[in-house]
Design a protein around this ligand. Structure first.
Ligand SMILES: [Zn+2]
Length: 205
């Protein structure tokens, strides 16, 4: 378990990283960074978010107003792992290393549907038959290509996040995996990569 002040330092360093990203070419747009309460409870990176510009938001149940600094408590570790993933998306978008973002953006409408389902899971809403049908419908609407770009981007964001954390001396990979594994698992379910089982939803948080 990393000391809280180290976790806090890494957390702050990641915010600094993404803020610096937003000032580098070729991007001429600011990356909006927030720590705030979001209706769905989700944290996200959206290249076409607030005012049409990229937006990175870390959900914080205790906050309503914009902030780029965390509260210094036990939640910071969880928030750090989440932030590393979202910064991974922001970095991926900014560098567009393998030219994947145009395709990924094209899949965004369907992606939002997937994300909405994932948000429902996070609240631990009991999996009902209508929900199973809705989940199947989302999967059915996604093309194989869309599923592939979403899956690759989700993995890429975790890989970049892991690298950024490692470079900053992070070492609590158990906490990292506790967050990464269920998130990827839920994507695997929603993208039809693993067989859907109702009990899978109750295990997610
Ligand atoms: Zn993601």
């Amino acid at each position: 378990m990393l000391p809280c002040h180290i976790v806090f330092e890494i957390y702050s360093s990641l915010w600094d990283w993404v803020e610096r990203l937003s000032r580098q070419p070729p991007s001429t747009l600011a990356i909006y960074v927030y720590e705030q309460r979001t209706e769905s409870g989700a944290s996200f990176f959206d290249p076409e978010g607030k005012d049409g510009g990229p937006e990175l938001c870390i959900h914080n149940p205790g906050r309503d107003s914009r902030s780029v600094r965390p509260v210094d408590d036990a939640r910071v570790l969880t928030k750090l792992v989440t932030l590393s993933h979202e910064v991974g998306h922001a970095t991926s978008w900014h560098t567009n290393a393998d030219d994947a973002w145009p395709d990924y953006s094209a899949a965004s409408t369907h992606y939002i549907q997937v994300r909405t389902m994932l948000a429902l899971q996070r609240f631990g809403i009991e999996c009902t038959e209508p929900m199973r049908v809705a989940a199947a419908a989302v999967v059915a609407e996604l093309t194989e290509r869309e599923r592939d770009v979403i899956w690759r981007e989700e993995n890429r964001a975790w890989e970049i996040g892991e690298r950024l954390l490692r470079e900053r001396g992070f070492g609590d990979w158990e906490a990292f995996e506790e967050r990464r594994a269920p998130q990827l698992r839920s994507y695997a379910i929603m993208l039809g990569r693993v067989k859907y089982e109702p009990c899978d939803f109750t295990a997610l948080s």
